[in-house]
Design a protein around this ligand. Structure first.
Ligand code: SF4
Length: 211
């Protein structure tokens, strides 16, 4: 018998719904980012001006949901319930991991690979600053073709395209120079609209404006 959506949400901590995205997402607290929380204390880094450490992400109810998702991620039932939840709810054909937060461990990434392999009709995108975890997992298994990894540059105005290419993944950058910004969301009410560049394996690097 199929489990109810409510039961699946209870096990996983549920999905998130960032207004910019054309799809569901998933998030954990930015304060729990392993690399990001170190970078957040350093001037000139993308994390020192993290959008997930301000605004609506600080509301009590949002913080409660983020912390709940982080707790649920540690449970053994999380992966299978997440497969079922995404399969039942995601109808857009794409899914974004972590509109807030980041990989907690290499095992976390292994679970995301398993989920992508179980749902081949959905294209996943993971932005991450956890380069070491990505390197470790890619040394032992192939990235599913429907799983796009974009390594995020640590510093504003930095490009890590060549490094990401060497690992066999893609990258993203942040710039204050609008002539370098390739993400079109800021020109269209801060929504993706028809753009799916983040999920596009032919787009080596995407540059977002600084928040
Ligand atoms: S590049 Fe396109 S898909 Fe990615 S965030 Fe910007 S508008 Fe959305």
């Amino acid at each position: 018998m199929n489990r109810t959506i409510k039961a699946l949400q209870e096990i996983t901590g549920s999905l998130s719904t960032p207004s910019k995205m054309p799809c569901f997402s998933y998030n954990t607290p930015a304060k729990a980012c392993k690399t990001g929380s170190i970078l957040a204390k350093q001037e000139g880094t993308v994390c020192s001006n993290c959008y997930a450490l301000k605004g609506r992400y600080l509301f009590d109810n949002v913080q409660k949901s983020l912390n709940n998702r982080l707790d649920k991620l540690k449970k053994s039932a999380w992966k299978q319930a997440m497969i079922e939840l995404i399969q039942r709810r995601e109808k857009s054909g794409v899914f974004r991991w972590h509109d807030s937060g980041d990989l907690q461990s290499s095992d976390h990434l292994r679970m995301l690979f398993d989920i992508a392999e179980a749902l081949p009709d959905i294209k996943f995108w993971l932005p991450t600053k956890e380069f070491k975890m990505v390197r470790e997992v890619l040394q032992e298994r192939k990235r599913p073709l429907n799983f796009i990894i974009r390594l995020s540059a640590f510093k504003v105005e930095q490009s890590i395209k060549s490094y990401a290419k060497r690992l066999g993944v893609l990258s993203s950058a942040v710039s204050n120079d609008k002539s370098k910004v390739s993400c079109v969301a800021y020109k269209q009410g801060n929504v993706c609209g028809d753009c799916r560049a983040c999920w596009d394996s032919t787009v080596d690097e995407i540059t977002y404006p600084e928040h």
